[in-house]
Design a protein around this ligand. Structure first.
Ligand code: F6P
Length: 320
């Protein structure tokens, strides 16, 4: 039995812990494990390496991905998918484990449709995969962002400024929501809820904060809302409060994974191998309140999720 493993899409802290778990659990089954470099791009170009227990030594604490990652345009095409499937067969892969976000899952679905058995493991800082309550990298990213925002808050208070801090998350607001709550931000802008006219509420909020004697005003803005510089300019023009925008950017994707990410990645990696061993293929590993579960990959991709209303309901109380 031979399995392949690749990481695809944006890297996420904890991907190495997942690779390590898949390699070691796979080897424990007596299987051969092949590492595919640069995601689907490496599958197309045949860039592989033999994975041994030693090849995943000293990686559990490392951010990034030792297998490298990429976003492959070619895998979006039917020709690319057919070539990738043919390469999997040539490599003798009995199953392919894909660690990545839902873009990576779409590639895995296409391979499954071409007869390649796949397993998805959720790895993205964005937490935007509908079928799961947890994705590898989220905890590290929000902790990294939270620490950076605390620092911005210090200088914002000293200068009595309004700070808009933009965090990643693609079109989802989970990073913004968690960072906003954990840093005590005055306002949190979420792509799931934001409307252009909400700028007036934001301006009102800054003015009311000043009247209430607040020395700073912290706004956490999600990448999916964007326009942070423009928002800062408009707030300053309307309120007279000096305003600055900071885009946190890629620092949120790096760094040593937190304990939670290492453990979740390890559990999810082992679960992926258990699914293959049980002959449960074309599935994705997911986390629900009661623990690890798995779903058929097409079914998983068709699911949708939204920010929890109970979380949003508490925000006005925290602002007072
Ligand atoms: O999906 C992870 C993520 O960091 C998103 O938050 C962001 O929108 C995107 O990747 C950036 O991607 P790239 O590395 O291609 O610039």
């Amino acid at each position: 039995m031979t399995i392949g493993v690749l990481t695809s899409g944006g890297d996420a802290p904890g991907m190495n812990a997942a690779i390590r778990a898949i390699v070691r659990a796979g080897l424990s089954q007596g299987w051969r494990v092949v590492g595919i470099e640069r995601g689907y791009a490496g599958l197309l170009s045949g860039d592989t390496r033999e994975m041994t227990s030693k090849s995943v030594s000293e990686v559990i604490q490392r951010g990034g991905t030792i297998l490298y990652t990429a976003r492959s345009e070619e895998l979006m095409t039917l020709g690319g998918q057919a070539r990738a499937a043919a390469n999997c067969r040539e490599m003798g892969l009995d199953a392919l484990v894909v660690i990545g976000g839902d873009g990576s899952y779409r590639g895995a679905c296409a391979l499954a449709d071409l007869g390649i058995p796949v397993i998805g493991v959720p790895g993205t800082i964005d937490l935007d995969i509908a079928c799961t309550d947890y994705t590898i990298g989220f905890d590290t990213a929000i902790n990294t962002a939270m620490e950076a925002i605390d620092k911005i808050r210090d200088t914002s208070s000293s200068h009595e400024r309004c700070s808009i801090v933009e965090v990643m998350g693609r079109s989802a607001g989970y990073i913004a929501l968690c960072c906003g709550i954990s840093t005590g931000a005055e306002d949190i802008l979420l792509p799931e809820r934001w409307k252009e006219e909400d700028i007036q509420d934001l301006i009102r909020s800054v003015i009311e904060g000043r009247k209430a004697g607040k020395k700073h005003h912290l706004i956490i803005n999600a990448e999916g809302v964007g326009h942070s510089e423009e928002l800062a300019e408009r707030i300053e023009a309307a309120t007279g409060v000096e305003s600055r925008a900071t885009i946190l950017g890629y620092l949120q994707r790096g760094g040593s994974p937190t304990c939670r990410d290492r453990i979740m990645a390890t559990r999810m990696g082992v679960k992926a191998v258990e699914l293959i061993a049980a002959g449960k293929l074309n599935r994705v590993v997911a986390y629900r309140r009661d623990g690890l579960v798995d779903y058929e990959i097409h079914e998983a991709l068709a699911m949708q999720k939204d920010i929890t209303d109970t979380w949003l309901a508490m925000l006005p109380m925290l602002k007072r």
